[in-house]
Design a binder for this molecule. Structure first.
Ligand SMILES: NC(=O)c1ccc[n+]([C@@H]2O[C@H](COP(=O)([O-])OP(=O)(O)OC[C@H]3O[C@@H](n4cnc5c(N)ncnc54)[C@H](O)[C@@H]3O)[C@@H](O)[C@H]2O)c1
Length: 338
């Protein structure tokens, strides 16, 4: 079994989950870490005993054995760094959202197509216990006809010196950073959305931080995705999925700590309700989704194939959908995507 040499670019909050995932896998080793803030790169690198850098290009030059780069960078520079990694022929796992604009998302697609690097957007919810069971149940027709779906992701403002996240151009607040998970998952269940209509409010930095987006899909499915960054002190990072079908209703609730890194002691329950039957608590497989995601990506690298659990075309479509959700909020009108 080959051991993959993995580099981290961006040693902020979510890099901790990626580094833990690398450490959990027998076929992965963290060989270099870059952050423009030297102290952050150094602190992370010391824990795994690898060299640190403040410039990604220098890292790629000096550590040629790198096989895979994980980009845990502010969203608005994802396309620049996918391009850089592609220039060096590195397989790249890039954090969500793919980018801030459709144009920059398209740029990533053309760079990946041109260079042929193995690429995946880290839409971790597709690997998340609870969500995976819902996807499977839907595939097996266990819900019958779907009347409505509801997805939600709410937390206190996610602040850790990451001002970029609360700027409409660089991070987009909850509408981009949080909603993208649920829009991606809804597209995974139903295919690309046909139209969207959004009710949303902005908070202090001009980002939409409270959002209800309603979506209609070509197969007739309808759903609502909610997000908020304005919950008050002590409200845990909470995600919810509800499927209302003619045969069954499912409800999944996952409640972590202040942020998604605080998963120790998280509450996760998936319940299934059917007419006339005792509600069932589904035993979901227990594993770390970030580890599952990386294991899958490395398996794709090993086989030399593009990932098909999350495809780049789907990631670009998610950014088109989020863009439409924002335009709907801006104009208070229905936006048609096709
Ligand atoms: N999958 C998830 O569950 C999840 C959760 C949170 C964040 N994210 C995503 O991960 C990405 C990073 O989010 P975060 O919360 O870790 O942000 P963060 O601000 O905590 O970390 C980003 C890091 O990148 C560094 N950086 C900035 N520019 C750089 C550059 N040019 N070169 C090298 N380093 C640079 C910063 O110094 C910072 O340490 C975002 O796209 C975000 O949406 C995903």
């Amino acid at each position: 079994m080959k051991t993959y040499a993995v580099a981290i670019i961006g040693a902020g909050m979510i890099s901790k989950s990626h580094i833990a995932a690398i450490n959990n896998l027998p076929n992965a080793k963290c060989v270099a870490i870059t952050d423009i803030i030297h102290e952050k790169a150094q602190a992370a690198a010391q824990k795994v005993n690898c060299p640190c850098f403040t410039d990604a290009k220098e890292m790629l030059e000096k550590v040629p054995e790198i096989d895979v780069c994980i980009l845990s960078l502010p969203t608005y520079i994802h396309s620049d760094y996918v391009s850089l990694c592609a220039e060096y022929g590195k397989a790249t796992l890039c954090e969500k959202p793919l980018e801030m604009t459709v144009e920059k998302a398209e740029r990533i697609r053309s760079v990946v197509q041109k260079t042929g690097i193995i690429y995946m957007t880290a839409q971790v919810v597709r690997f998340w216990t609870g969500y995976r069971e819902i996807k499977e149940m839907m595939k097996n027709g266990e819900f019958g006809d779907i009347y409505m779906s509801y997805f939600s992701r709410c937390s206190e403002p996610q602040k850790w010196g990451n001002d970029w996240l609360f700027d409409p151009v660089t991070g987009g607040g909850a509408m981009y950073d949080m909603l993208v998970h649920d829009i991606d998952f809804m597209n995974y269940l139903y295919g690309p959305a046909e139209s969207v209509y959004t009710v949303a409010t902005k908070s202090d930095t001009n980002c939409y931080n409270n959002v209800f987006a309603s979506l209609i899909y070509s197969g007739g499915a309808k759903g609502v995705a909610e997000t908020s960054f304005t919950m008050k002190t002590g409200y845990p990072f909470t995600m919810t999925a509800k499927i209302m079908g003619s045969k069954a209703t499912a409800e999944y609730i996952y409640s972590a700590g202040y942020d998604i890194n605080q998963r120790n002691g998280a509450i996760a329950v998936l319940k299934l309700f059917r007419d006339g039957k005792t509600p069932e608590i589904i035993n979901v497989e227990q594993y770390d989704a970030y580890t599952k995601q990386l294991a899958y990506f490395l398996d794709c690298v090993d086989r030399g194939v593009q990932p098909d659990i999350v495809t780049l075309d789907q990631s670009v479509e998610v950014i088109r959908t989020i863009d439409a959700i924002r335009r709907s909020a801006d104009t208070n009108s229905i936006i048609r995507l096709r």
